[in-house]
Design a protein around this ligand. Structure first.
Ligand SMILES: Cc1cc2nc3c(=O)[nH]c(=O)nc-3n(C[C@H](O)[C@H](O)[C@H](O)COP(=O)(O)OP(=O)(O)OC[C@H]3O[C@@H](n4cnc5c(N)ncnc54)[C@H](O)[C@@H]3O)c2cc1C
Ligand SMILES: *[C@@H]1O[C@H](CO)[C@@H](O)[C@H](O)[C@H]1NC(C)=O
Ligand SMILES: *[C@@H]1O[C@H](CO)[C@@H](O)[C@H](O)[C@H]1NC(C)=O
Ligand SMILES: *[C@@H]1O[C@H](CO)[C@@H](O)[C@H](O)[C@H]1NC(C)=O
Ligand SMILES: *[C@@H]1O[C@H](CO)[C@@H](O)[C@H](O)[C@H]1NC(C)=O
Ligand SMILES: *[C@@H]1O[C@H](CO)[C@@H](O)[C@H](O)[C@H]1NC(C)=O
Ligand SMILES: *[C@@H]1O[C@H](CO)[C@@H](O)[C@H](O)[C@H]1NC(C)=O
Ligand SMILES: *[C@@H]1O[C@H](CO)[C@@H](O)[C@H](O)[C@H]1NC(C)=O
Length: 644
């Protein structure tokens, strides 16, 4: 019954005329502190995004007699899919739910350009506004997470390795295979056994592809990249079909605001959501960090009123990769030197807060067709009123069909470094040597790392883990996805450079200052170079050559490494919207912020459950991993409180 109920709800939420008028829908949220329970809550979660609502759903389900409150900055909003009517232009992002559009400080290694980063700002968080590409990482990503938790490379006590997190990947999503007719027509393949079928976060294949899709897939196969049947098994290499996070029948976006809130809250009087309030800080009475949980200070975004909320059991931070370290720093929990400079009383010195920032980045390869290729249909068909009208009707049919059912993309390649360059073992030796340099300055880390031995030690451990991973012929280093059009990106899955997130001291309640420092480690430029040289072979493959494709970016006249490096420095996209790792799950001695149970080191009653806890980026877009991490976090918390 559950999938059906959520289908009706999604249809209700997605009624187009509502989308453009009312910000509120048929389900309730608290809007004022006076509506909250007067005797406090058991659990309070800061941030009603992807991770926060997942944990709130699970806790309220497991503990009918405990109360759960989520405090969210944004509001309940219609969350359209990436390509939902009335759009006629492919790539148009207008009409998406609320977002922060941030710019990082300039990155000196990339011609002083800054990263442009978008972050979700509504109930559902980034899952309400993301690209809906729904893939898991490689098993080696999570095995490396686990290895980093111990000094002897043994599995950690909680099991953050692939075998320990796989159960939660499965639990976190319901995958519905396409009808056989669609599968045959579009050549989809999958393995249903690696997915679950109980949680109303949906993954499915769209019953539509643009006409140029198979040309690029064919080019990749011609490059010798293996055809993979299913890439969510932990083995992530080859040309993959990736499900997208949408309902299989309605084709509407499936995200935490529906699957972990509106779908479940009706029957849960213990699950409250307060919207339009900013969590400003956590407060330990008399600065006693061992007497937890802390108070949660919040501020209304409507009338500016501040209030303190009390949690009897725990405060759980889920405000995202930028929101969570900002809350911690405002609370006086962070690097002491920075806090003193900021005139914030040091409640607890924790150097890793806001460090270890990573994101997926990379330059593009673009081409043009010398004569119009015979692709059909194509996005330009939407300019034909007859085609566009039918497309809108098809989207509203049951089941939905046609172009609007396709989000951004659902095919991509993942390629190990050993398939990309014969020099990969030299490169790995360089990374290992770097991990072993005696002078911390040579690590190219942010200046504040140099005064902290734990951060540098953690980074050296990450370098060794990355060298092992990249020398593994089954672990991918490059991703490239294809949507439609004439460009593909060479995405660096495992960057070596690290950035920071720090409060803006003149406006500490504003979004914090991001310092991406992309490519500050010169080996990232070397990796980009190898990836770019490999990916441009796409245009040379027989299928694209047969269609008259000619490379225009980096451009055939750029052939020397020097020219290509100049192109990389000039054009690399610094954020594919996958920031992570700023509240890293690592031991204290490695500059970590949370332990394997996700408790913040050294303070009581406080955990972090969002994408900030990843120690390193996975070989995937992040949302599926965020859901799995949140499911595992919920289990850890439930187990803890079930013991009494
Ligand atoms: C534009 C875009 C495209 C993306 N594309 C994809 C994709 O195609 N596939 C994919 O898998 N991943 C994609 N991602 C990444 C993925 O969606 C995110 O990594 C993931 O959703 C993050 O989950 P989270 O729980 O860590 O944070 P979020 O889901 O961002 O949740 C954080 C929540 O906290 C709230 N908040 C912040 N500060 C405060 C505060 N002080 N007080 C109260 N509330 C606060 C925010 O409003 C937000 O709701 C994309 C992300 C973006 C932004
Ligand atoms: C919840 O409380 C009710 C009444 O106080 C009690 O009967 C019930 O057993 C409790 N349930 C759980 C799961 O603790
Ligand atoms: C579909 O896949 C088969 C092999 O599995 C291949 O022979 C065929 O060319 C593919 N069709 C398209 C349109 O790519
Ligand atoms: C990488 O190369 C090996 C050996 O040639 C091959 O078996 C494998 O399929 C390739 N992997 C990818 C993703 O292309
Ligand atoms: C919240 O608690 C702190 C510490 O007890 C106190 O200083 C502050 O005034 C309180 N804020 C509100 C709005 O009550
Ligand atoms: C690291 O340096 C030490 C001493 O300089 C040396 O003994 C060791 O072999 C080096 N390790 C690696 C992996 O290079
Ligand atoms: C900090 O906030 C001020 C005031 O809003 C703003 O002018 C400034 O650009 C911000 N600093 C950074 C680095 O973003
Ligand atoms: C860098 O970009 C600028 C502006 O886009 C352009 O004018 C310049 O030619 C580029 N240089 C290189 C080396 O690509």
């Amino acid at each position: 019954m559950k999938p059906f109920r959520s289908f009706l709800l999604i249809l209700l939420l997605a009624t187009p005329h509502l989308a453009h008028t009312a910000p509120q829908f048929g389900y309730a949220a608290k809007r004022h502190v006076s509506e909250l329970r007067h005797d406090g809550y058991d659990f309070i979660i800061a941030g009603g995004g992807t991770s926060g609502l997942t944990v709130a759903d699970r806790l309220s389900e497991a503990f009918p007699n405990k109360s759960i409150l989520v405090v969210e900055y944004g509001d309940i909003e219609y969350a359209p899919g990436v390509w939902d009517p009335p759009k006629t232009a492919w790539g148009d992002t207008s009409g998406m739910s609320s977002r922060w559009a941030l710019n990082s400080l300039p990155s000196p290694s990339l011609n002083n350009q800054g990263a442009a980063v978008i972050v979700g700002q509504s109930v559902g968080g980034s899952s309400a506004t993301n690209g809906m590409f729904f893939d898991r990482g490689s098993r080696f990503d999570y095995d490396a997470w686990s290895d980093l938790q111990t000094d002897d490379g043994r599995r950690d006590a909680v099991g953050w390795d692939w075998s320990g997190i796989y159960t939660y990947f499965k639990k976190s999503v319901t995958f519905t295979p396409p009808p056989i007719s669609v599968a045959n027509q579009l050549n989809y393949t999958w393995d249903k056994s690696v997915f679950g079928n109980t949680t109303p976060i949906h993954a499915s294949f769209p019953p539509f592809q643009w006409g140029d899709h198979y040309a690029v897939r064919q080019a990749w196969l011609e490059m010798g990249i293996r055809l993979a049947k299913e890439c969510a098994t932990g083995d992530k290499e080859g040309v993959c079909w990736i499900p997208i996070s949408q309902h299989p029948i309605s084709a509407r976006r499936s995200y935490s605001g529906v699957g972990h809130y509106s779908d479940v809250v009706g029957s849960r009087s213990n699950y409250h959501l307060l919207v339009k309030h900013q969590v400003t800080q956590v407060i330990y009475a008399h600065g006693d960090v061992e007497a937890g949980p802390p108070l949660l200070e919040i501020k209304s975004l409507v009338d500016g009123q501040a209030s303190n909320l009390t949690a009897a059991a725990e405060v759980i931070l889920a405000a995202g990769v930028f929101g969570t370290p900002a809350i911690l720093q405002r609370s006086g929990i962070g690097p002491a030197a920075f806090l003193r400079r900021a005139n914030i009383e040091v409640v607890h010195d924790l150097p890793g807060v806001g460090a270890n920032l990573q994101d997926h980045s990379g330059p593009q390869v673009a081409w043009k067709y010398t004569s119009p290729p015979p692709f059909s249909p194509m996005p330009t068909d939407m300019l034909d009123p007859v085609y566009a009208t039918r497309a809108a009707a098809d989207f509203d049919a049951t089941p939905a069909t046609g172009p609007y059912t396709l989000a951004m993309s659902n095919t991509a390649i993942w390629v190990p470094l050993s398939n990309i360059t014969a020099h990969y073992s030299d490169l790995m030796q360089q990374i290992r040597n770097l991990a072993n340099v005696s002078e911390p300055e040579s690590l190219h880390l942010p200046p504040e790392y140099e005064s902290d031995a734990t951060l540098a030690a953690g980074y050296r451990a990450q370098l060794l883990a990355l060298a092992n991973m990249l020398s593994n012929p089954r672990a991918p280093s490059l991703e490239s996805a294809f949507t439609t059009g004439t460009a593909v990106s060479a995405v660096l899955l495992h960057p070596l450079s690290r950035g920071t997130v720090r409060l803006n001291l003149s406006r500490p309640l504003d979004p914090p200052i991001l310092n991406y420092r992309s490519a500050s480690n010169h080996l990232d430029v070397v990796l980009h170079l190898h990836h770019l040289k490999y990916l441009r072979r796409t245009v040379q493959a027989p299928t694209l050559q047969g269609l008259g494709a000619v490379e225009i970016q980096p451009g055939i006249r750029r052939q020397t490494d020097e020219d290509l490096v100049a192109y990389i420095r000039n054009t690399t996209v610094q954020s594919y919207m996958h920031p992570c790792c700023t509240s890293a799950m690592l031991p204290l001695a490695k500059g970590g912020v949370v332990g394997v149970d996700l408790r913040v080191h050294g303070v009581a009653g406080l955990r972090v459950v969002d994408a900030g806890i990843f120690p390193m980026l996975p070989s995937a877009h992040l949302s599926a991993t965020v859901y799995a991490v949140a499911e595992k976090a919920a289990d850890i918390i439930i187990t803890h409180w079930s013991r009494g």
